[in-house]
Ligand binder design. Sequence first.
Ligand code: ME8
Length: 644
Amino acid sequence: METKNKKTCYVTTPIYYSSGNVHIGNSYTTIACDVFARYHRLKEYDTYYLTGMDEHGLKIEEAAKKVGKNPQDFVNEIAENTKALWKKLNISNDDFIQTSELRHTEVVQQIFERLLQSGDIYLGYYEGDYCVSCEAFFTKTQVGEECICPDCGKPTRKIKEESYFLNLKKYSDRLLKYIADHPNFIQPESRRNEVVSFIEQGLEDLCVSRTSFKWGIPVLSNPKHVVYVWIDALCNYITALGYGSKDETLFDKYWLNGDVVAHVVGKDILRFHAIFWPIILMALDIPLNFKLYVHGWVLMKEGKMSKSVGNIVYPQDVTSRYGLDSLRYYLVREMPLGNDCLFSYDRFVERYNTDLANDLGNLVSRTIAMINKYFAGRVQKPTQIRNSISIELSKIAAETIEKFNDSFTNFRFQSGLIEVWNLVSRANKYIDETSPWILAKDEAKKEELNEVMYHLYESLRLVAIMISSVVPETAETILSNLQVSDDNRGYQKLTFGVTDTGKVKERIDVLFKRLDVIEEQKYHQNEAEKAIIEPTKEEVSLSDFEKIDIRVGEVLEAKKMEGSDKLLIFQIKVEDKVRQIISGIAQFYNPQELIGKKLLVVANLKPVKIRGQLSEGMILTASSSDDSLEVLQVTKENSFAKIS
Ligand code: ME8
């Protein structure tokens, strides 16, 4: 075995379903893992960052069929798009696994056979309510009379099939003991408690195969079964390291002898990772030396992002207008470990302006401009410190480094960034307190002025190193403008006062241009309106459309409905029959002005009673973005409506 001279870090994201576009929620997980990986590389850990795609299952089989592709081509295309997206988001993953790859499928087959032989997997029957979207069975109480999936709200299907089961019960006491003996195994603590109480309620054995679809990994000894997605998916964390293959070097190094092994997941897949995965590892006799970090969801003000609500934000929507680092910063700064965070453009713009443009941006531009102005771009390490505020600043910097390390080591990036920004604010305040522009007027204060510039230079160098895993491009710009040598950028030099001579570039471009809040609000309002105009309903065929009977009707009578501000009651002559139609357009029309007009009417809408009055049809209207509305009219005498 290779001798180890560096500590190691292995970090993984969940593998994402190959079902469509990745939004800012999944992007958060991938960015957060990237921060963890970059931070450990900074600490000189030999680091391996894995992400990838979860490609099997009925849902993906059906999605491929819908677009007329074979599943393999379908998932390959999505994998390529996702890889390209991660590249754009500056994700530094070392590997990207697809569960349809041979290196994974072959090993999953072996793992399954081994567990069959050891009796941890056995054959039985499964009957239950199955949700295709969530790839999961639910109990009768969970789905209720209507058979609705409790997680996604879609209808479930009754499925009975011969299935293999993983014996979870056998391991539940051992798992509880492991969790008790390793208090940091699942973080944060609230999630750990959730898992413990779930196990204590008693575990049902897990169904680990299906016969109802084909797109999966066939069970070697009984190929009419495919391995159910969770056992398939979870094993990616070790198959990607070569476990069970001819070359297990990576597995030995990063897993068996690994120092830091971190699985990062959203709260939705906590149980799979905190219960099923440890039990699979126990059954395979593989040590559980990983930690599980559980984060919440990125929520919109309407709640979860969803296609039907039309509130999904894709990372490109943000980066195309605001650049990459501001998105990385926002997500990492806003998400606490364990709880949810909110995404809104108002909040985004506020954070951008306050933290990036004002606090950080100003510190950088003021520091570089002053070092140029007062010392032709050069500062020297002072031989003696004169100012007590300088001592205070260097002390705060040292404390910040300690807190930053503690937070970033434990996946608490939000707390770490808050500490770093305290240092940024303190440094900005230091400029105001020491008033360099006044010191500059007095030749006798030259050394004191150098001391101030040096303290700013060093603070900024430390800030840039600390934020380099979150906003790599911005950190690089700052460090190269401060002309910090490679040697002074490392973790060993993350301490105040290592620079002897600091030399800055002549001018620096603005890092984050301040945003105009009103202009941004207008822009997003416009975008939201455009999105509404885009077709959001499902397509209908011509024959469906032809079912709607649209006719021209002449308004004989129109009046306000008593007790309502919105409704008008019309008597409309459609051919030789007069119908009563109620329409909610009272805010837009005086009823009198519509009398005699020829309007378009849906004539075969099922009659309904509104406030006790019969309405036999619908008047067609069109609305515009400024909230006005008008009825659709025809002007020629003998016109009739025709669908063509
Ligand atoms: O669950 N906010 O895949 P998935 C934050 N294939 N994170 C979010 C999020 C949101 N709004 N939405 C999704 C699967 N995520 C399985 C995993 S692992 C062996 C198999 C993140 O495509 C979150 O981490 O549904 C969630 O757990 C992950 O995306 C799952 O993505």
